[in-house]
Write a protein that binds this ligand. Structure first.
Ligand code: SF4
Length: 386
C-alpha cells in the first residue's frame, strides 16, 4: 500500500481548530549519529540516547498524559536522520509498545539521500501497527532542490520505493532549516507543491544552538521576509495560522529523562533551557501561565496576537532570547487574522470524531492512496490554489 497521494491535505491544513480534542505532540531526541551536513542544522549528533531507566520513565510519562484523556497525536523520533543514525534499532524496542498503544502519527526525519531503506521498511512491517500513520520529514538543501535534477529525482525514487513497499499510510513534507539562503521561498515552495504535492516546513533548528543571540538574529531575518508577504499567500502556512500549535495542543520535547515545553516559531523549537523545563505534567499550566506576568508592561501585553503567542509559548521564548519586543512575524499574523483557516475548513469534516476513533484509524477516511481518484486530488489542489 502506498504513500498518501493527498499530501497537501495533510501538510497544508492545521488540525488544531478542526480536531475537537486535547492533544500533545512529543519530540523525542533519542537518536545518535548522522553523516549528513544539512545547511542550517544545529542538531547535536551525539549524546542524545537515553538509558534503560530513562526510557521506562519516559514511557510512564506518556502513559500518564494519555490517562488524562489527552490524545498522543504525534511522536517525532529524532533529532538526527533516522536512516543514518547509529542507534535506531537499539532505541526503538524501548518505544514500540508505547507507540502501538497510542497509534500516533509517527514522524521521522531524513535526507533520503543515500541510506538504505530496506531494513527500516522491514522493521516497520514487523513492529508498528497499521493504524499508526507514518510521517517523513525530508530535510533538503534548497539550492540542490532548485538546481540539481539528480537530487530531486533521487528523492522521487526513494518515495516511490516507500510507496511500493510500506503498508502503512505515509505522509511526507519537506523540511528547510531556517537560515538566510538569499532565496525566493515562494518559488521554492511552489516547486514542492508542483512536483511533490506537499509543502515545505520551515524548521528553527537554530534554537538548538543554545546561543540566544544567534537564534534571535536568524528569526528576525526570517520575519522580515514573512512580514512583507501578501495577505493569503500560500507560503503563509502554519506560522500565520494563529491557532496552530496552541489552544488545545501542547508540544513537549524530551531528551535523556528531561522534558521541556516547546515554543512554536514557524515550527516546534527545541530549547534545553530551564525557562521551558517541566518536571511533571501539572507544571505545564504553571509555566504557561507565567507568561501573563512576563508580558506585563511590554508590547505583548496589549498585542492582538497575545493569545496565540501565549499558547505557543512565544513570551517564554522572547524572554529566553533576552528582549522585551516582538519576536514574531506579527504584521503577517495580523494581516491573516481572518483567513488563516479557509483551507482547513474546506478540507475537513470531523463528524463522529472521538479520541478512541482516532486511535482506531479514524483519519484514514481522509486519506487517498489511489492515484486514480483524480477528481478528489484536483479538488484538494483547487482549494490550495484558490
Ligand atoms: S511576540 Fe509579538 S506578536 Fe506575539 S504577543 Fe508579543 S508583540 Fe504580539
Amino acid at each position: 500500500m502506498p504513500i498518501i497521494k493527498n499530501n497537501l491535505y495533510h501538510a497544508l491544513t492545521t488540525e488544531t481548530i478542526t480536531k475537537p480534542v486535547s492533544a500533545v505532540k512529543l519530540q523525542l531526541d533519542v537518536l545518535d549519529g548522522c553523516k549528513h551536513k544539512c545547511p542550517g542544522c544545529f542538531v547535536h549528533r551525539r549524546g542524545n540516547s537515553s538509558d534503560e531507566n530513562q526510557f521506562k520513565d519516559a514511557v510512564k510519562f506518556v502513559d500518564d498524559i494519555a490517562s488524562r484523556g489527552i490524545l498522543i497525536d504525534e511522536i517525532i523520533i529524532g533529532p538526527t536522520d533516522f536512516l543514518s543514525s547509529e542507534n535506531f534499532y537499539e532505541v526503538m524496542p524501548h518505544l514500540v509498545d508505547m507507540i502501538n498503544e497510542h497509534s500516533p502519527i509517527l514522524a521521522f526525519i531524513t535526507t533520503l539521500i543515500d541510506d538504505e531503506l530496506e531494513p527500516w521498511v522491514k522493521w516497520l512491517k514487523e513492529s508498528i501497527n497499521l493504524n499508526t500513520e507514518i510521517e517523513i520529514g525530508i530535510a533538503i538543501d534548497p539550492h540542490k532542490f532548485q538546481n540539481q535534477i539528480n537530487y530531486v529525482e533521487n528523492i522521487k525514487r526513494k518515495l516511490n520505493y516507500i510507496s511500493d513497499n510500506v503498508e502503512h499510510d505515509v505522509v511526507y513534507t519537506f523540511l528547510l532549516n531556517i537560515k538566510d539562503y538569499g532565496l525566493d521561498y515562494q518559488v521554492l515552495h511552489a516547486q514542492a507543491v508542483k512536483e511533490f504535492s506537499t509543502t515545505i516546513d520551515f524548521i528553527p533548528s537554530v534554537s538548538r544552538s543554545a546561543r540566544p543571540h544567534i537564534t534571535l538574529a536568524t528569526i528576525d531575518k526570517f520575519n522580515e521576509y514573512f512580514n512583507i508577504l501578501a495577505v493569503g499567500d500560500k507560503i503563509n502556512n502554519i506560522m500565520v495560522d494563529h491557532s496552530h500549535a496552541g489552544m488545545n495542543y501542547t508540544v513537549l520535547n524530551y531528551k535523556k529523562g528531561n522534558w521541556w515545553l516547546s515554543p512554536f516559531m514557524y515550527e516546534n523549537m527545541a530549547v534545553e533551557d530551564d525557562v521551558f523545563k517541566i518536571e511533571k505534567f501539572e507544571d505545564i499550566q504553571l509555566v504557561t501561565e507565567s507568561q501573563i506576568e512576563r508580558a506585563k508592561g511590554t508590547e505583548c501585553e496589549s498585542c492582538p496576537m497575545f493569545f496565540s503567542c501565549y499558547n505557543r509559548k512565544i513570551i517564554l521564548l522572547r524572554d529566553y532570547l533576552g528582549v522585551k519586543r516582538c519576536i514574531a512575524p506579527k504584521e503577517n499574523m495580523i494581516n491573516n487574522l481572518h483567513n488563516f483557516d479557509s483551507a482547513a475548513q474546506e478540507m475537513y469534516n470531523w463528524s463522529e470524531y472521538t479520541p478512541e476513533a482516532d486511535k482506531n484509524g479514524y483519519r484514514k477516511k481522509f486519506t487517498l492512496t489511489d492515484d486514480t481518484n483524480g477528481k478528489e486530488l484536483n479538488r484538494i489542489k483547487s482549494i490550495f490554489y484558490t
